[in-house]
Design a protein around this ligand. Sequence first.
Ligand code: ADP
Ligand code: ADP
Length: 222
Amino acid sequence: MDVIFFGAPGAGKGTQAQILRKQYGYRQVSTGDLLREEREKATELGKAAEPYIQRGALVPDDLIVEMVKKNLPPAGSGVIFDGFPRTVAQAEALDHLLQAAGRGLPHAIYFYVPRTTLEERLLGRWTNPRTGRVYHERFNPPKRTAVDDDDGGPLIQREDDTPAIVHHRLDVFEKQTMPLIAYYNDSRSRRYLKIDASRPIGTVTAELLHALEATSSPMRTP
Ligand code: ADP
Ligand code: ADP
């Protein structure tokens, strides 16, 4: 079963997808991480995406959908799409892509967190640019300040995690990504679940595991 994690920047999608990948064997497709890799390698796509990422805007749908097509893991247990789709056009493209590959429609999990908490999370986020692992200086600190627990290399604060760009990204989320709630929360398809992602990391993981186990049957909003 394919599952989408969507929610505002800072809602904890990447944190949870990484835990589920490392500890429970799910596969993760993160469009944010893929874009940062392309940018690092200075590919055509990386160069095209750069100005959008820098100002906290969404990268155009056609570029994103093409990139996901190239990185789509084969059908099998548990693919988590982390931060994709982010627009209704991307959601439609993903439905078509999966159906064309003979796969079922994906389930969608909406990570809800109040806006003030999101700002606090993003402004305290530290990232390992080599692996995408994220920490928070207060809520999930590394053992040593600015050093990754896994590879011992430096952690960075992302250039788009500054107050002005965070503010803009949260506005972009509200305008362009919130319509996904109505897209997936369609009473006929029953493939939408909203979770309270403002709770501690371990509590959210436990709820996700429970929901993922149930994805072979329809999900319900609590
Ligand atoms: P997203 O991928 O949705 O943008 P991240 O997983 O990168 O979000 O998390 C954003 C920040 O919030 C990181 O610094 C992370 O350590 C922290 N964080 C994630 N989940 C929680 C949580 N449940 N409680 C407190 N902090 C969290
Ligand atoms: P966040 O922590 O804000 O959820 P991501 O790492 O997922 O951040 O994304 C960083 C940036 O990459 C976004 O601000 C946007 O410019 C671009 N991006 C990532 N995923 C998408 C997508 N599905 N559609 C358009 N742009 C995307």
